[in-house]
Design a binder for this molecule. Sequence first.
Ligand code: SF4
Ligand code: SF4
Length: 209
Amino acid sequence: MSDHDATRDICLRRSPSECSDCSIKDRIECRFRRRSLLRFFLTFLVCIIPAFAGVILAGYGWFIVGWIIYMALFLQVWENRILCSHCPYYAEEGTTLRCHANYGLRKLWKYQPGPMSRWERLQFVLGLILIVAYPLPFMILGGQYLLFGITCLTILIFLAILSTQMCVHCMNFSCPLNRVPKAVIDTFLRQNPPMKKAWEEAGYKLDPE
Ligand code: SF4
Ligand code: SF4
């Protein structure tokens, strides 16, 4: 079986008629929805604006360039490999992602139906911490305590929205932030033989039906 054929049964590609009697159709976000992308983008924007303002007013505006370059490289190259290449959205046809978070980014790597490894999860968490933490020291050094506080608050709100609204429905089940219940994951895997096989080969055990 070719690599292309190996991704054919990923659920994302099912026709609407096959989905109508699916028991988990309301439990996971298996179709791209514009409103989810808008929600993600707006929540991210609310975090970024006070952080940008804080770093600039602190007198370290030029350091924002390094932050933007790092974020671009992280999202397009590093995260693309360690996180997104394991996501069913990555198995869709086409050369760009169409999902609620990284819409429009190129798929640079080969789709991997198996789960993220421990090492990939660790890298993802470290990469995220670096994005979040980058602007904070500059605000402290420049005495922008109010904007520092507002930025921390918006980051917490962002994480809360992510965790309660998005991670509970996200199809990338092996992401360290994912909160989809195991029963739903098992049902999804049973409907997607190539993914189930790759997960079982990686040591995942499905509960008995
Ligand atoms: S999980 Fe698969 S079968 Fe169920 S609704 Fe989503 S795409 Fe359709
Ligand atoms: S849903 Fe998340 S893990 Fe999946 S492709 Fe989009 S950003 Fe990557």
